[in-house]
Design a protein around this ligand. Structure first.
Ligand SMILES: *[C@@H]1O[C@H](CO)[C@@H](O)[C@H](O)[C@H]1NC(C)=O
Length: 328
């Protein structure tokens, strides 16, 4: 009885978990192969929550750079189309492994630091609908494409994702990455990601183009087939368990399929070779907002944040909420 009460209390006080960066795996993430010991149980919590001190840039994990735990987890080439994904799943192997929530959207920014986290320059800004409000918490349906800046110098870099939601909560996760290759060297060569066969990973839905021209997906114990035409209106699923609501899974499979087709289209677009705005002239990421002592404060419900300095690559949201800049 006593221990039950303690557990209930612990869960109640921490039941505000949200989303975290799933791919590329974050510094101190549970899915980062270089993490030693316990993962950071607060990766999916807002800054300053739960009686915690402000963790600082990258949740305080920049000291892992140049150590075994901070080894790069992905190699991207300048100018390539890349992606990141978000997850609301609980952080494994920690005491506070509470399931998260996408808060029905917000605004996000991703960017890079090439000076070990002293400064972060914006790569792409999502003005609203990030995370995708209607796509749940699974990383397979929270995938965001962006361009790695074409003039990002080769070498180690820190990739960073920030999120500000309508509850005026600030999140920041970082991953150690390698930037390699010079896309100006051989202009005729397509970017590597378009030529290599897609490797199944935690973050990608099981997408298998079939000789019949159908695409196959496995989800929620069902196997679904979707016709490859972009505007197909239906997928057919066969499910292991008769209690599965098959029409719901078919709807999910269809939206997964549409996203996969849209991504395939985008991946066929050539890598970028030049930038309108040089990397060093891009705006700094918005990192001081909506925690105690921060320089900026967003308006919050019912508006979504409009980043005042979004940089040259902006993804407009769905317009469900009005956008407004913070006061700084
Ligand atoms: C995201 O990019 C990685 C490579 O960086 C790739 O393996 C993966 O398939 C991509 N995911 C999606 C859903 O496009």
């Amino acid at each position: 009885m006593f221990s039950k009460a303690i557990i209930a209390l612990a869960v109640a006080s921490l039941a505000t978990a949200h989303m975290h960066l799933d791919f590329p795996p974050t510094l101190k993430g549970d899915n980062n192969p270089h993490t030693k010991g316990q993962a950071d149980p607060y990766l999916n919590y807002p800054y300053g929550c739960c009686g915690q001190e402000q963790p600082g840039v990258c949740r305080g994990h920049l000291d892992l750079l140049d150590t075994d735990e901070g080894k790069p987890v992905v190699t991207w080439s300048p100018g390539q189309k890349a992606n990141f994904s978000l997850s609301g799943h609980s952080i494994q192997n920690t005491i506070e492994n509470v399931e998260g929530g996408n808060h029905y959207g917000g605004s996000c920014q991703v960017g890079f630091s090439v000076d070990k986290g002293k400064t972060f320059k914006v790569a792409t800004t999502w003005q609203g609908n990030c995370p995708l409000r209607n796509e749940g918490e699974d990383p397979s349906s929270q995938v965001f494409d962006f361009h790695v800046p074409a003039d990002l110098p080769s070498g180690d870099a820190v990739f960073s994702w920030v999120w500000i939601n309508r509850e005026k909560e600030f999140f920041m996760n970082c991953a150690s990455v390698t930037i390699s290759g010079d896309n100006n060297d051989s202009p005729e060569q397509p970017e590597p990601t378009t030529t290599s066969p897609s490797t199944p990973s935690q973050t990608s839905p099981a997408y298998t183009p079939k000789p019949t021209g159908n695409a196959q997906y496995t989800l929620e114990g069902c196997t679904c087939e979707c016709p490859t035409e972009t505007y197909s209106s239906k997928c057919d699923c066969t499910c292991d368990s008769p209690s599965t609501k098959r029409h719901l899974v078919e709807r999910k499979a269809l939206s997964m399929h549409k996203r996969a087709l849209a991504r395939a289209d985008k991946l066929n677009a050539p890598a970028r070779r030049a930038e309108a705005v040089a990397f060093n002239s891009r705006p700094d990421m918005l990192l001081s907002i909506d925690f105690a002592g921060a320089e900026c404060h967003s308006q919050g419900n019912p508006v979504e944040l409009k980043f005042p300095n979004p940089g040259p690559d902006v993804v407009e949201g769905d317009g469900e909420y009005e956008l407004s800049t913070p006061s700084c």
